[in-house]
Design a protein around this ligand. Structure first.
Ligand code: C5P
Length: 314
């Protein structure tokens, strides 16, 4: 039960507030298999949590309310369609408690950016409300509720670096000696729809114009064990990248600009449009971020490292 800090018990949050920090994710390898009968694609992915965070605070309340600030404030609906509200209802329904809380979200993860920001917020909500309401679910129970909310949500409770299979909801940690990887994150203007990116990939594959599927994660996992960023750079891959580039051709300029600035590799993150670039070390990442900013191809450029923990009470 690693998401509870040492010494915490179920009374934590009885008077609130409970504050949870949750990271963004990138996919170091995103292998997309065939479309299943349930409308999802079979995935072989390696998730990696990076140090761009949203923060969710849960306080006791007489009803369920959500306010927000930061990335996407004013654009994101705060009603029952919001994944935070859905997560609170799902947990309360499962545990048999009233879904009463005042939730406040501070967002730094861009909306519809391919960094799983919405899924991160759902994971944070489960961890925060579990503490606020004293429901004390097991990790397996939380992961089960998480999977119903979205394919990436279970990973954002785990964090770190992990293998994702099924539609992405079946997560197992990648055991590796501790290494920090340094990333430059190029955030684009506006988002891309994840279902639309998967549909575009299906279309490209039907037309025979998609690249060959990445398949197994073996090479990526071997590269992680070597702890050499140049080796990892050569192993990064994303089957959704062609689809994201087809929907947003300007992303090719972003990837080129990162390469020209000396990134070891650049890939589209998840379904995009965020692009992530691997750096040799922290100083290299800072230099790269400066050059990518100067190139003027991104709305915003940030540095990050990974892996970092999943949704945790802070
Ligand atoms: O699981 P989640 O709700 O985040 O997925 C959003 C959409 O992305 C799905 O409705 C589906 O269109 C697409 N998707 C997919 N295959 C996956 C995961 C997501 O086709 N493994």
């Amino acid at each position: 039960e690693a998401w509870r800090p040492d010494g915490e018990d179920g009374r934590r949050g009885a008077g609130g507030p409970v504050k949870v920090r949750v990271p963004a994710k990138v996919n170091l390898h995103l292998g997309v298999g065939p479309l299943r009968r349930d409308g999802y694609h079979e995935l072989n992915t390696v998730y990696h949590a990076i140090s761009i965070y949203d923060e969710l605070t849960a306080r006791p309340g007489d009803t369920l309310t959500l306010t927000m600030e930061g990335e996407g404030a004013g654009e994101l609906a705060l009603d029952d369609s919001n994944l935070v509200i859905r997560a609170a209802h799902a947990l309360a329904g499962y545990a048999g408690v009233l879904p009463h809380a005042r939730l406040h979200l501070r967002k730094q993860i861009p909306l519809a950016g391919g960094l799983a920001g919405g899924s991160a917020d759902a994971a944070a909500t489960l961890v925060a409300c579990d503490a606020l309401w004293g429901t004390r679910l097991s990790r397996e129970e939380l992961a089960g509720i998480a999977a119903d909310l979205g394919s990436d949500v279970p990973f954002l409770i785990h964090g770190g670096t992990a293998l994702g299979t099924g539609r992405g909801e079946a997560v197992s940690p990648v055991l590796a000696r501790p290494t920090s990887w340094h990333w430059v994150v190029g955030i684009a203007d506006g988002g891309l729809s994840t279902p639309a990116a998967y549909r575009e990939l299906d279309r490209l594959r039907e037309a025979g114009t998609a690249g060959p599927p990445l398949g197994s994660t073996d090479a990526l996992l071997a590269a992680l064990r070597q702890r050499d960023p140049r080796v990892l750079a050569a192993a990064l891959g994303n089957d959704l990248q062609d689809a994201a580039l087809a929907m947003r051709p300007a992303l090719a300029d972003t990837l080129k600009a990162g390469e020209a600035a000396g990134a070891l590799a650049g890939i589209v993150s998840g379904s995009g449009p965020t692009c992530v670039f691997l750096a040799a070390d922290e100083a290299h990442a800072r230099g790269l971020a400066r050059d990518l900013t100067a190139a003027g191809v991104c709305r915003e450029v940030r540095v990050a490292h990974g892996p970092v923990a999943g949704a945790r009470i802070v």
